[in-house]
Design a protein around this ligand. Sequence first.
Ligand code: C2O
Ligand code: CU
Length: 574
Amino acid sequence: MAMRPLMPLVLLCIILAPLPVSLASKKRHFKWEVGYIYWSPDCEENIMIGINGRFPGPTIRAKAGDTIKVELKNSLPTEGVVIHWHGIRQLGTPWADGTASISQCAIDPEETFIYEFKVDKPGTYFYHGHYGMQRAAGLYGSLIVDVADGEKEPFDYDGELNLLLSDWYHQNVQAQMLGLSSKPLRWIGEPQSLLINGRGQYNCSLAAHLIPGSRTCKRRRGECEPVVLRVLPNKTYRLRIASTTSLSSLNLAIEHHKMMVVEADGNYVEPFFVFDMDIYSGESYSVLITTDQAPSSNYWLSVGVRGRLPQTQPALAILNYQPNSPSKLPSSKPPIAPTWNDYAHSKSFSYKILARQGTPKPPTNPVRQIALLNTQNKINGCTKWSINNISLVLPPTPYLGSMRYRLKNAFDDRKPPENFAKDYDVMKPPKNPSSIQGSNVYKLEFNSTVDVILQNANALSYNVSEIHPWHLHGHDFWVLGYGDGRFSKKDVTKFNLRNPPLRNTVVIFPYGWTAIRFVADNPGVWAFHCHIEPHLHMGMGVVLAEGVELVNKIPKETLACGMTGKMLMRNHLP
Ligand code: C2O
Ligand code: CU
């Protein structure tokens, strides 16, 4: 046998050797155009906000360490737009967080803005509009970050499926917003349909859909085609599940298949098994399923409403064991979500979520504890949500610029309250329901450890207290504990400091409290708010800031409105 030349072997070795991260990480470039589209997400035609003519927006897939570059053109003829990268911390790029009035000015019609940021942590994320209620108009999509080359996930699987969950209203977003600010309030009500990967069926059975030649559902191209999850028998699949609902809390179950929860909001959790799981708006999970059921059938995946009396049909998808035809319907009924107000069930799920071994532990020395009381209020006859009696209204000049350049009168500079009245009864409607609007900022000392106690209360009517999923921008936080009733000082002793999960979204249960801890180590201005779109619109949020003086190189395009806009015109900004 002839000796092989040495050269190719050497080359091969170079190719196989693990590349240093800096070499392996990529810049991933996307060109997106945001515009109105006709679309039939639930088989009823409507107007939505789409990206590149489609809904939902394109899935971004990247590896940890990559840089994402999205060139975003706003083709909405008469309104601004921004996109927030939900779960990405924007370390070193606070201006790319995509929050109108906080991190940047909305992008004007016909303008293009370039988002450029690093995805440093593998996980299941998504992106969505963060201006007015544009998320509810369909401006969202998935963002999935795989482990860096040469790294491994701490679990094995053979294949992957992605489920982006949302809810859908037939009434347009402008009408919804007007109703929410009207006196008396015109509430948006329950959604017409739940969507899986942007597809649902309103007034049209999924079965009818799958039968070839059936005319029961108005079909426009594949826009409301049922979701079919193709799997092979006896394999393990990773299901990535994220919820960007406007209002609904959801429950997901797959007939006869138990799920092992392994990831929450881009952080690994100690694996545990469930047959159904709750998902609140703003949360994401990965679960592993094994296709170990009789291979001759298909199985239902069902998503139903929790926390509010459901008036919306569950969303269905088919777990299609190959080579069965996807139109072979499961013989049994789809799994039914637990009763909407079975909060004990919801709590038992939330309490099971604990950090996987190896997750960083929280520092034990918080320097500050901020208690945030969530109440429903009346301001000049309008119904609002307030935090410590301030209902958030965003200023015309984005905070990042106005705080960095120390502009006066750009927002309410008074210190917002860190606590609420000792005698406030969280079990009853507010004694004095009036509240005020404000744009105040919680200024956090850079690198300090902060505890926040989110305190739920009774809404305006008796015996009503709702679920609120709170989402923090720019950070992950540790969930230290939950409790019923009013938080008391001694509850601190019950905090879980051993294995609290790291997350970016956490729920407060009706009449309960949730305690979180985080380190204010990311220079910037960050939203912290209820992820229910109409609640945020009605003021349910606060603004946090830390280390803003350390932020350099804020792109000028993010400052081109309000007071910073005027200063730019006069060349008064550095
Ligand atoms: Cu996904 Cu400020 O939100
Ligand atoms: Cu809420």
